[in-house]
Each structure stands twice: as C-alpha cells, then as structure tokens.
Design a protein around this ligand. Structure first.
Ligand code: ST9
Ligand code: ZN
Ligand code: ZN
Length: 333
C-alpha cells in the first residue's frame, strides 16, 4: 500500500476521535480568536464583479448575441480546466505528468481563470491539504460557509497559514520554466488573457457591443470563481463520506457538475494523488477526467496515478460512513 505522504490525517484515521484530538497540536486545532483584518480593496472589487456578473446574466437573456454567450460558456470550461486539470491535478498534486504543449495549454487556460498564478494557487492548496480545517488552512471550513467560500479572500491570512506554509516544498513548481514565467509576468498576462482578449474578440469578430462583451465575460469569470469556491465551502460541509467519516470533505454531486468533477471531495482528501479526484471518474460528472484521458490517448499526458480497487475497498470498510455501495455486498471483512 503506497504511503500517503501528503496527508497527515491518513495516519490519524487509524484512531478514534479522542485520540485524533490529542494528535492535532492544540494551537492549530482551536478555532481562530484573532481580530479579522479586512482588505477593503478586495471587498469592493468582488462586490463590483458580482454586480456586473448579475447584469451579465440579464444581458445574456436579453441583448447578447448567441455566439457571445456560447463563447462565454466555452471559456468557462477552458478556464475551469486550467484550474482542475492544471493547477489542481497536474501541479498541486502531481497526479499525472504532461508534455510541454499540454503544459502551455493548461497555463494559458489557468491564466484565463485568474485565480492567482499556479505557484501561488498550489502553495495555498498544498497547505489546505496538509493542515485541513485548522487555522493553517487558508480557507478553513470550520470558520463557516462564507469564510471558506469567499471570506478568506477578503481579509489577511491567519499567521498560521504563512508560518506553516513556509514549510511546504514548492521547488518542483518554482523550477518549471513555464510556471516561473507565468508567475513572473502574471500582472501583465492575467489582464490580457482573462479580460482584454475575451472582451475584444466578440467585438471585432462578430460586432458585439463593448458592454455586452464585457459583462458576459465578467459573468464567465465570476461563475468559474464561484464553482471553484463551492469546493471549499459546500463540498467541505454537505454530502456523504463513503471513504472517511472522520473528515469534513464530502461527496457533492452538484458541486461536481459545476466544478468539472471536483466535488467528489471525500474521496479526494482520502486519496489526493488520484488524477480523477474521484473513484469512478464518470465523464458525465467529471469532465476534467475526460480531458486528461483524451490527452493521455495522444501521449501528451502520462504517468496517470490512480488507486487500486483493493485499497479503496479496504479504506471504505475501515473508515467509511456506510454510504458506499460496497456495504450492500455484505462483504465487510
Ligand atoms: C481565487 C483562489 O479565487 C481560489 C482558490 C480555491 C482553491 C480551491 C481548491 C479546491 C480543489 C480544486 C477544485 C477546483 C475546481 C475548479 C472549478 C472550475 C470550474 N504559504 O497572500 P498574501 C506569505 S483567487 C506560505 O498577500 P495576506 C508569503 O510570504 C481570485 N506563505 O497574504 C506572501 O508573500 P509572497 C483572484 C504564505 O497579506 C505573504 O504571506 N485573486 C502563504 O494575508 C503575503 O501573501 C484575488 O482575489 C502560504 N500559503 O493577504 C487575490 N500565503 O506571495 C486574493 C501567504 O511574496 N488574494 N504567504 O510569497 C489576496 O488579495 C491576498 O492573498 C489576501 C491575503 C488579501 C487574501
Ligand atoms: Zn486537492
Ligand atoms: Zn478541500
């Protein structure tokens, strides 16, 4: 059985709740009691973006050309893949390897999604897995739905995030020239790829108005953000726990649909190295797995990591909440 080096909780599950409480150092397990330092620039920007996005919905339903809306949906999928197949599965977890043409596609898609550079995103995400639901977790779901959804981006990070984060090894990503380039020039690349080009293309290619083009693109961006944030909020709060009942991440099909297959979060936190981020990777609720499988077929993605049926079965029987279909087989030894 391959050791789960990324997840200290993998060891904790061997024990009952009381023992777990003793193992987690008390200084990071207790709820945050410090004063929040709000970042008004972000609050104002996110309120503005959400208002424009709402107007974007109205525009899509009334005056936007069909092709403008269709391209908006296409860009949501592209940007989404830049997060799921790129930042998350390829880079933060290294659950598969990619040749440079696919890395360039995914870095471009990732920049389109504007969720910070891959290196910054992955650092926060590695901290999230290693110190899940403690003060060191950037979007600690124990602080409630709003905080884990968007609140964490509206205030200064908890000091524990920064101090524990310093111990995370990021050299693998920092040494990647494509990611280093994206990180270095992010402040030029991001506005161009996420806002300027998607606004100009509909205007110049099919005579869309500036207002329509701008608002539909902002809606596309805000929709991708919320789909991502739902993984941190809803999928950490609502759903079944067939693989590990001792953790909060849960299986949430609605989140999976909007987040291109990332709502199977109980599985993902239990087996974070699986490139499918779910047991079955059914394409209907895991478009990102379909995308990676396609590129594996043409050889641009390789070394796809997964989990054996045997290991999943053992884990389900040992720590699952009983909701896995395996329990119906009557084979519990
Ligand atoms: C966005 C990100 O939306 C969303 C990520 C979601 C992740 C979801 C994961 C779920 C699984 C995958 C599902 C994908 C589904 C996708 C579906 C798609 C359809 N370790 O950050 P600063 C240090 S972004 C170590 O400014 P503040 C470090 O020294 C949206 N150290 O902290 C750093 O300096 P440097 C757009 C760390 O001042 C220094 O602190 N972007 C760590 O507390 C200062 O860092 C925004 O809105 C760490 N983890 O400010 C920007 N972190 O960087 C939002 C920090 O030089 N961010 N340090 O190394 C900000 O404005 C600020 O970060 C802040 C905190 C105000 C939130
Ligand atoms: Zn992850
Ligand atoms: Zn999570």
């Amino acid at each position: 059985m391959a050791p789960n080096t990324n997840m200290p909780t993998g060891v904790l599950h061997e024990h009952d709740d009381e023992v777990q409480a003793q193992i987690i150092p008390p200084e990071i397990s207790k709820p945050s009691d410090r004063k929040l330092e709000l970042v008004w620039r972000n609050i104002i920007l996110f309120v503005y973006l959400h208002l424009v996005a709402l107007y974007g919905v109205y525009i899509m339903l009334t005056s936007a050309k069909l092709i403008t809306s269709a391209v908006g949906i296409f860009l949501y999928i592209c940007g989404g893949l830049g997060i799921t197949a790129g930042a998350h599965r390829l880079w933060a977890h290294r659950s598969y390897k990619a040749k440079w043409p696919l890395k360039i596609i995914l870095t471009t898609f990732n920049t389109l999604a504007f969720e910070n550079s891959v290196i910054e995103w992955s650092r926060d995400h590695r901290v999230h897995h290693k110190f899940s639901e403690t003060d060191a977790d950037p979007h600690n779901a124990k602080r409630g739905f709003f905080f884990s959804h968007v609140g964490w981006l509206l205030c200064r990070k908890h000091p524990e995030v920064k101090s524990k984060g310093k111990g995370i090894d990021m050299t693998d990503l920092e040494q990647d020239p494509i990611l280093a380039f994206q990180d270095k020039y992010y402040l030029y690349l991001m506005p161009l790829v996420c806002f300027v080009i998607p606004t100009l293309v509909p205007m110049y290619c099919w005579n869309e108005t500036f207002l329509n083009s701008f608002c539909v693109n902002i809606f596309r961006y805000v929709f991708t953000l919320n789909a991502t944030w739902l993984v941190n909020s809803a999928a950490h709060l609502y759903g079944q726990k067939p693989y590990d009942r001792y953790i909060n991440p849960a299986e949430n099909i609605s989140v999976s649909v909007f987040a291109l297959g990332e709502g199977w979060h109980n599985y993902h936190h239990t087996f974070p190295w699986d490139y499918k981020t779910s047991e079955l990777g059914k394409y209907s609720t895991n478009f990102s797995a379909l995308f990676i499988d396609f590129f594996a077929k043409i050889g641009w993605a390789y070394d796809l990591k997964t989990v054996s049926e045997e290991m999943i079965k053992k884990r389900v029987l040992r720590t699952g909440d009983g909701s896995h279909e395996i329990w119906g087989w009557g084979d519990k030894d």
